[in-house]
Design a protein around this ligand. Structure first.
Ligand code: NI
Length: 199
């Protein structure tokens, strides 16, 4: 089932999400709905707060970042073609390497992309969908996607990393997103949408 993606401005996106345990109701259905929702919206990651659930869960599939076989190999894309994963109660244990900037976007903030600097490598502990505890290093785009999604369960959006000036310049567009005054080709829920507004 495709779930509506919560738009910028909804308080659930600013909340620190709660851990869950193995008794969490209908978790495998929720995970499968989140994958369906993410693929339909052509995202590479989706965190539970983005579908209105304030829990520490996110999913990723970085395959759209995989190298085109005709292009020069991109070292940041290493391993990304098999990067479909579920992260439950994740913790970023360590960060390493240099900061690098990349234009990030977010399914909750359609149409806006801005440079965000993040560390090159991270060590993450998390439970997978079978509740196996894992601890793994990730780098490049994989580390980038995890850091963006991890921010979501902490109540942080990529726009929170921008300079005050950048934020000011985006204010109007962000307001339009909250009100649903945008065109987007996937299902969303807008916190400040006016009732009965004509399309
Ligand atoms: Ni996002």
């Amino acid at each position: 089932m495709i779930l509506p993606i919560v738009a910028f401005g909804d308080p659930v996106l600013k909340k620190e999400a709660e851990e869950i345990d193995a008794n969490f109701a209908d978790l495998s259905q929720l995970i499968s709905d989140m994958f369906e929702t993410m693929y339909q919206a052509k995202g590479v990651g989706l965190a539970a707060p983005q579908i209105g659930k304030s829990i520490r869960l996110f999913i990723v599939d970085g395959s759209p970042f995989a190298d085109d076989p005709d292009d020069e190999p991109d070292p940041k894309a290493k391993g990304i073609e098999n990067f479909k994963k579920v992260f439950i109660n994740p913790i970023i244990e360590e960060q390493a390497g240099a900061e690098w900037a990349f234009q990030e976007g977010c399914l909750s903030i359609p149409g806006i992309r801005e440079n965000v600097s993040r560390k090159e490598r991270i060590l993450v502990s998390y439970y997978d969908e079978r509740w196996q505890l894992k601890e793994e290093w990730f780098e490049g785009y994989a580390a980038r996607i995890i850091q963006h999604e991890y921010d979501h369960v902490e109540g942080i959006l990529f726009t929170d990393h921008l300079s005050p000036l950048k934020k000011k310049l985006l204010l109007k567009r962000l307001g339009n997103i909250s009100q649903g005054a945008i065109s987007v080709d996937y299902k969303m829920s807008f916190p400040s949408a006016k009732k009965n507004r004509k399309p």
